[in-house]
Design a protein. Structure first.
Ligand code: SAM
Length: 291
């Protein structure tokens, strides 16, 4: 299931999510879904899916949220999981029960020709921060929503408010070179950290009633597997893993020890709960005014 050609400005992201990014997320799908379960819980509750609704899950990855919301929509509804990553979608397909009202599409959300005005809900768990031109992408996604339909997604707040990602990275920096500095609006996990920017992008893309709720969570980066599991996770996914990706074994081992030391004070039994800060963003596709 190769994705159709992405928007040219998203070519780097398409390569990343069809390359190392997609590989890491697919390899760790089960654990990653367990780490992010508290996010899904609050986000899916906020989406308040009703029976019969038609849903689009943007950047659905390995499909956890698509499958969960499809169950809520029931057989009279349906869910479309759209992602630019062929390997992640392949995993999503593997997990789909026969007859489930779910379709998977390999495409760039920026240019995919959504069926106009069909969906009740445009949804995403961390799949909308990687667009080179987010106004263009959100304007295109809005074409798939019916007038009065809603947008609900989760994105990360500032890096310093997300120690679950930054603590291992800072420890890795004791041994590995720093990652290239990203600007606050460059595509990446924190590109929607600024409330002002998100509001600006969504209103320029034609959404109304934009609301942003800050939510603080504790994520167990060990998923009940103890300190070893937490260190392994940091080495396999997230910014610390990227900083260490091409480093020689001795650097990786030294960084692993530093990460272990940084995480140890947070261990509680077999869990390692660390702070995470997200926005739950909601907006509406305006109803067409009678002229
Ligand atoms: C951080 S992952 C989140 C995956 C999934 N939503 C989850 O929570 O497990 C970001 C996802 O966005 C997808 N993505 C990035 N750019 C995209 C684009 N332009 N169009 C569609 N999907 C995109 C990636 O392939 C990846 O699956």
């Amino acid at each position: 299931m190769e994705p159709a050609a992405p928007h040219e400005a998203n070519a780097d992201q398409a390569a990343y999510w069809n390359g190392p990014g997609g590989r890491h997320w697919t390899d760790r799908q089960e654990i990653q879904d367990a780490v992010l379960a508290p996010v899904s819980e609050v986000l899916i509750a906020r989406a308040a899916v009703e029976t019969g609704e038609k849903i689009i899950d943007i950047g659905c990855g390995c499909g956890a949220t698509t499958l969960a919301i499809a169950v809520r929509a029931g057989v009279s509804g349906d869910a479309l999981g759209l992602d630019i990553s062929a390997p992640m979608l392949a995993r999503a397909k593997e997990r789909t029960s026969p007859g489930a009202p779910v379709r998977w599409v390999a495409a760039d959300a920026t240019v995919y020709p959504f069926e106009p005005g069909r969906a009740d809900l445009l949804f995403s768990r961390f799949g909308v921060m990687f667009f080179a031109d987010p106004t263009l992408s959100f304007a295109n996604m809005r074409t798939g929503l019916r007038p009065g339909g809603r947008l609900v997604f989760a994105c990360w707040r500032e890096p310093r408010q997300n120690p679950w990602l930054m603590l291992p990275l800072q420890a890795a920096y004791n041994h590995a070179p720093r990652l290239p500095e990203l600007g606050p609006e460059d595509p990446g996990p924190f590109s929607f950290a600024s409330e002002e920017r998100v509001r600006h992008v969504l209103s320029k893309a034609g959404f109304s009633s934009v609301a942003m709720q800050p939510v603080n969570l504790l994520l167990d980066v060990a998923v009940g597997g103890g300190l070893d599991a937490a260190v392994e996770g940091a080495l396999e996914i997230g910014p610390a893993s990227r900083a260490l990706e091409d480093q020689p074994p001795e650097v990786r081992s030294a960084a692993a020890r530093a990460i272990r030391a940084a995480l140890a004070p947070h261990q509680k039994g077999e869990s390692v709960p660390l702070g995470a800060a997200i926005w739950i963003v909601t907006a509406a596709n305006p109803r067409v005014r009678p002229s």
